[in-house]
Ligand binder design. Structure first.
Ligand code: RTP
Ligand code: MG
Length: 140
């Protein structure tokens, strides 16, 4: 297994911040051994979210997703660690909280809000290219 120190963008989405789960999410990240390189809290505007979610533009969930992400403050984290891009996504669990496994952030903490898949607490970049692009957007 190859090792590689990487950086990724993690977002605690508005549901995570509003529910007071930022600390619990950071606890899991730090317990895993990843390093917090930078962290900021912000209210994302539509322009930033449109760039962040450009790959999803035109999909049926795009508009509700952007509205949800605009609905409250977000905590953005620049996270470093060995293979952290893939590692954080396994820590986060499956996109849909109803099927995310126990032991994951989404499996343990994201509630079943009906069909609101977007309320899944966290975002993590899905590839080195996405990480680079997203870190420039949120921490540029
Ligand atoms: P993320 O980007 O937030 O880390 O999540 P992901 O890679 O697991 O999921 P992705 O396919 O990139 O989707 C981005 C976010 O859009 C919302 N979503 N809603 N209603 C739906 O079918 C649906 N599908 C995706 C979720 O908030 C997802 O995290
Ligand atoms: Mg994604």
């Amino acid at each position: 297994m190859t090792s590689a120190v990487e950086e990724t963008l993690v977002l605690v989405k508005p549901d995570g911040v509003a529910r007071g789960l930022t600390g619990e999410i950071l606890r899991r990240i730090e317990a895993k051994g990843y390093s917090l390189v930078d962290l900021r809290m912000l209210q994302a505007d539509r322009d930033l979210l449109a760039q962040h979610y450009a790959e999803h533009e035109g999909k049926p969930f795009y508009e509700p997703l952007v509205e949800f992400m605009e609905s409250g403050p977000i905590v953005a984290i620049r996270l470093a660690g060995n293979r952290v891009i893939e590692g954080f996504r396994s820590l986060a669990g499956a996109t849909d909280p109803t099927t995310a496994l126990p032991g994951t952030i989404r499996g343990d903490l994201a509630r079943d809000w009906g069909l609101k898949v977007q309320q899944n607490l966290v975002h993590g970049s899905d590839s080195p290219e996405s990480a680079q692009r997203e870190l420039a957007l949120w921490f540029g």
